[in-house]
Design a protein around this ligand. Structure first.
Ligand code: C2O
Length: 569
């Protein structure tokens, strides 16, 4: 395999010699996962990082390039790395979610991910996909256009990546372990961060606030990534307009807005022109908190857009940056105004008919305390334990084999193929749901898809416990979001709203609070692909399912052989 890749690359290089600009490259990286002292909010923590960097290294590639990343685990936790949004065509084994496509990399072990970027351009990212390690184990993955081609907009003078994160003044692994023990919601975070820094509005932080320099008149491409664990965020730049040009590594029809909203997992590329009086302006993010009565971190993280010609105040020191203005925390109208403005730049090949139609009702739940249980393990509302589900199945990750390994080797007992295409009981999903429907059934259920099937999924949020906006992420695919709305999806009226012309393509859909989104994709990538809420607290509770896409005909429609050094459980 490797030899043929090398030979293939050599041939390609040889044939491409006269047009050097077209050569595709292979990028080699070593990711050492290790404990590193990181000082934030006045205290030093031993955070898990990659190569001692927080955030981790930025990967920069061109479309068509390959990545080879040797992950060496020197930390005390199991780890695996997911390349969020990379389609991993025929290389599902390199996708990274633990117990879905691989067993975790044990402490002291290593594993090499190898994959090729195919027809994707823009901003993606990578993160740990094991417990809550991604709180500190994440970084940007920037895909430039193929060598020799360019952006579909005038080339910006500068490009800056802004990773929005979430920081606990504690070990995040302890935070989730405590929640799992007690059955209660995990503690909310203590800060948001931009490129790892909370910024001026937090204690002991203003010295390290991130600064983005600009020259007056120039246009900067900001690549904004929501790497927060559990919170949708509004993002803005004081006094400046944002021209949205891409999301989740797909281009968009450009439009201008003052504020954007990103769910965890989502990325948005915006152009910002430095057309204001030279000075300092806050770049800022804070919560979009869609659920009523649910506690959230209401702090604001900032960086500074700094004009190089900014006048110095007479007595030295720097001028106070201009303040950002935000919608209210619960301003769903502002969030929806943004998500419903996204369009592909031109007519796109959305499947007009579908072979598989799923209706997935998903949301939270509360399990009654098992009769023999210690009450300290049932500290959810009224002595319950939090749970979450899709079509009433609360997903349980396997522990002795990955689903991919079990499917390829025919190992029985790891999963079943009966994930239901519709909710087992129909109810008023966004209404006042009977308590009988609050306790889902645990299970490791997958849904099988034939290679090439055209798939539609209605993602229907429920109001069980609390209705809220959920960022639903599908591995292995980009999908078109052909409609979204509030209340219960109604096939009679709502199919008329389907946009089969220029819907946006994404890998993570922000399903409106108390509402629904409809997505379509063609299942042309074999493998085991998890679809889950990207609020990590919800994955912890089981808000996930897996699509098992079968091989098609011939080598090009089949998964590549799994490498022999795959970690074992
Ligand atoms: Cu970015 Cu399964 O996650």
């Amino acid at each position: 395999m490797e030899a043929s890749v090398i030979v293939g690359t050599l041939l390609l290089l040889a044939s491409a010699l006269p047009l050097i600009a077209d050569a595709e490259e292979t990028h080699y990286h070593e990711f050492v996962v290790q404990e590193t002292p990181v000082k934030r909010l006045c205290r030093t923590h031993k955070a898990i990082t990659v190569n001692g960097q927080f955030p981790g290294p930025t990967l920069e590639v061109n479309d068509g390039d390959s990545l080879v990343i040797n992950v060496i685990n020197r930390a005390q936790y199991n780890v695996s790395i997911h390349w969020h949004g990379i389609r991993q065509i025929r290389t599902a084994w390199a996708d990274g979610p633990e117990y879905v496509t691989q067993c975790p990399i044990r402490p002291g072990h290593s594993f090499t991910y190898r994959f090729t970027i195919q027809d994707q351009e823009g901003t993606l990212w990578w993160h740990a996909h094991s417990s809550w390690l991604r709180a500190t184990v994440y970084g940007a993955l920037i895909i430039y256009p193929k060598r020799g081609s360019s952006f579909p907009f005038p080339k910006p003078k500068r490009q800056s990546t802004l990773l929005l994160g979430e920081w606990w003044d504690a070990n995040p692994i302890d935070v989730v372990r405590e929640a799992t023990r007690t059955g209660a919601a995990p503690n909310i975070s203590d800060a948001y961060t931009i490129n790892g820094q909370p910024g001026d509005f937090y204690n002991c932080s203003s010295q390290d606030t991130v600064t983005i320099p600009v020259d007056f008149g120039e246009t900067n491409l900001l690549r904004v990534i929501n790497a927060a664990m559990n919170q949708e965020l509004f993002f803005t730049v004081a006094n400046h307009k944002l021209t949205v040009v891409g999301a989740d590594a797909s281009y968009l029809k450009p439009f201008t807005t003052g504020v954007i909203m990103l769910g965890p997992g989502q990325t948005t590329d915006v152009l910002v022109t430095a057309d204001q009086p030279p000075g300092r302006y806050y770049i800022a993010a804070r919560a979009y908190a869609s659920a009523q009565g649910v506690p959230f971190d209401n702090t604001t993280t900032t960086a500074i857009l700094e004009y190089k010609a900014a006048p110095c105040p007479a007595k030295g020191g720097l001028t106070q940056p201009s303040q950002p203005s935000f919608p209210q925390f619960n301003d769903t109208a502002a969030a929806t105004a943004f998500t419903s403005s996204l369009r592909s730049p031109r007519k796109v090949p959305v499947p007009a008919n579908v072979d598989e139609s799923l209706f997935v009702a998903f949301g939270l739940g509360l399990n009654n305390c098992p009769s023999a249980a210690n009450p300290s393990t049932c500290q959810g509302p009224n002595g319950t334990r939090f749970t979450a589900s899709m079509n009433n199945i609360s997903f349980v990750f396997p522990s002795s084999f990955s689903i991919l390994q079990a499917s390829q080797q025919g190992i029985p007992g790891v999963y079943t193929t009966d994930f239901p295409a519709t909710p087992p009981v129909k109810f008023d999903y966004t209404g006042n749901v009977s308590r009988d429907l609050w306790q889902p059934i645990p299970g490791t259920k997958v849904y099988k898809l034939k290679y090439g099937a055209r798939v539609q999924v209605v993602l229907q949020g429920t109001s069980i416990v609390a209705a809220e906006n959920h960022p639903i992420h599908l591995h292995g695919y980009d999908f078109y979001i052909i409609a979204e709305g509030f209340g219960n999806f109604n096939p009679e009226n709502d199919t008329a709203k389907f946009n089969l012309v220029d819907p946006p393509m994404r890998n993570t859909a922000s399903v409106p609070v108390g509402g629904w989104s409809v997505i379509r994709f063609v299942a042309n990538n074999p493998g085991t692909w998890v679809m889950h809420c990207h609020l990590d607290v919800h994955i912890t509770w089981g808000l996930a399912m897996v699509f098992l896409v079968e091989n098609g005909i011939g080598e090009l429609e089949s998964q590549e052989p799994v490498p022999v050094d795959m970690p074992v459980c």
